[in-house]
Design a protein. Structure first.
Length: 243
């Protein structure tokens, strides 16, 4: 087959563009790591090339499996916080036909007891989530809940609920079942511990939702070839910015 001069010239120009794109990618990556290394040298002292490489990999590249695991963690936190709100609201005294009014009519506190058990279970799981998270915001939430429970433990202990040293709640079911409606309403139906905890759980739920959204964008890698402007044959079609 005869190769024309124009065809050969176009082929060489295409290869030059591809080589230029590869060199640009390599130069940008090397320059970024070098700058990171210099900054880390001033912080840690000595050679920091390995630290820069580690930070590059950790900061911009997250495996799908790790992201999914973290998202599930925050989905669980969001769920538990939502359940604390639901049980807390169910225990609140209403002006008409409240859970306590119905207990007086039926002569049974079973429904109230079920809601208290649900509240305690979800509250403890929410605390575990906050403790495991370890972020500054979640540690602040944890501290607030612990302060609330310390203030309210004298009251809710009258219904068989006690507070452990780690802030979690424990139920003495026999004592809870023995509590009368008036006592249950006074402890759990007013603006006491359960109402305050439910209100604060709303903030935990919102924070967990934000973390879920943030995790969705952690797999971006600005040094990936596909994210480099003017790389290869896709001239001008990609920009080095978050999508």
């Amino acid at each position: 087959m005869r190769v024309t001069r124009n065809y050969r010239s176009n082929l060489l120009n295409t290869r030059k563009k591809e080589n230029a794109g590869t060199k640009l990618y390599t130069a940008l990556k090397r320059n970024s790591l070098k700058n990171r290394s210099s900054r880390l040298d001033s912080i840690f002292g000595g050679k920091a090339a390995s630290k820069a490489s580690d930070i590059y990999n950790r900061e911009f590249i997250t495996s799908p499996q790790a992201t999914q695991k973290t998202q599930k963690f925050y989905y669980d936190m969001k769920y538990h916080a939502g359940q604390v709100q639901a049980y807390g609201q169910a225990l609140q005294k209403a002006e008409k036909d409240s859970i306590y009014d119905k207990a007086r009519e039926s002569g049974s506190t079973e429904k109230i007891v079920e809601n208290i058990k649900g509240f305690v279970s979800q509250y403890n799981q929410m605390l575990e989530d906050l403790e495991e998270s370890g972020t500054r915001t979640d540690q602040s939430f944890l501290s607030q809940f612990n302060s609330m429970s310390r203030v309210g433990e004298i009251e809710f202990s009258k219904t068989g609920v006690s507070r452990k040293a780690d802030g979690k709640l424990v139920i003495d079911e026999k004592k809870l079942l023995a509590a009368d409606v008036d006592t249950l309403e006074k402890v759990w139906g007013g603006n006491g511990f359960s109402a305050r905890a439910a209100s604060r759980a709303d903030s935990v739920e919102a924070a967990a939702e934000k973390n879920i959204e943030a995790e969705k964008s952690t797999t971006y890698n600005p040094f990936a070839k596909s994210n480099l402007y003017n790389y290869g044959s896709n001239v001008g079609s990609r920009f080095n910015s978050r999508r």
